[in-house]
Design a protein around this ligand. Structure first.
Ligand code: C5P
Length: 247
């Protein structure tokens, strides 16, 4: 394949407080990871899929992937049914960046474009990943989906010598210049590999890593369903959306 998707699912999900890693939390009876994988397997172009999971979840992740594969074969609406998904499961690291790096180490030699996708964005439509691939191919640049920000955004004093100044509004940010970014984020293979190798360990955003290495990154239209499931309220919202889609 010319495209690979690294699905990062090795986070602990502490903010969701579901007692297990987030990607394995059920959503309408199936782990979040199964939903995320369905989106990836529905892409127009068959891709190498690299699934990055916690060390103690490798077997479970393989079982989940096998289930998605069987359904993909049975479902004619999936554009590229593949008898055996080109998928492998690898153990993640202690930071998201390390997890991405471990995924990158497994790329097939043929891969030219790499997408990095959060398993926590479980409802992301396949078409968004297709659009990211198209834009990387057309521009040769990094491409990330983003949505306009609808709330008014303030800069607020988070650190102040005088505690009474904490929370003071410092200014209003020009919303027209802002985008709330999502995944999958796509990059030419060599650009991402070089940028990740040069990145400082605390950076969590792939596009920021690529931009810091001096490469252009552009934003394309994101999708409301690509929201990240972080809190209980996000999970409830995802449940409702899936339930509504079934009726
Ligand atoms: O914690 P957060 O929601 O920002 O994580 C974003 C994504 O990165 C999640 O899909 C999570 O599973 C993944 N991640 C990872 N390895 C880590 C930390 C986060 O794969 N060490």
């Amino acid at each position: 394949p010319l495209v690979a998707v690294i699905v990062v699912a090795a986070g602990s999900g502490t903010r969701l407080a579901a007692g297990q890693p987030k990607a394995f939390v059920p959503l309408q009876g199936q782990p979040m990871l199964a939903h995320a994988l369905r989106g990836v397997t529905g892409m127009r172009e068959p891709a190498q899929i690299i699934l990055v999971v916690p060390a103690d979840r490798v077997v479970e992740a393989r079982q989940i992937a096998a289930g998605v594969n069987i359904r993909a074969e049975a479902d004619p609406s999936v554009s590229a049914p593949v008898s055996a998904l080109d998928l492998e499961v690898v153990v993640g690291g202690s930071s998201r960046q390390e997890s991405v790096q471990r995924g990158l180490a497994r790329l097939h030699p043929s891969v030219e474009i790499v997408l990095v996708h959060d398993a926590a964005r479980a409802l992301t439509p396949s078409a968004l990943a297709d659009a990211v691939v198209d834009a990387v191919r057309a521009t040769g640049h990094g491409v990330i989906p983003g949505l306009a920000v609808s709330d008014t955004i303030k800069r607020v004093a988070e650190t102040a010598a005088d505690a009474s100044q904490l929370g003071t509004v410092l200014g209003t940010v020009d919303r027209s210049e802002l985008a709330a970014v999502q995944t999958p984020q796509g990059f030419p293979r060599h650009v991402l590999i070089a940028a990740v190798a040069a990145a400082s360990p605390e950076m969590t955003d792939d596009a920021a890593i690529v931009a810091a290495a001096g490469h252009p990154v552009r934003v394309i239209a994101g999708h409301p369903l690509a929201f990240k499931i972080t809190t209980r309220a996000d999970l409830d919202r995802a449940e409702h959306l899936l339930a509504a889609a079934r009726t």
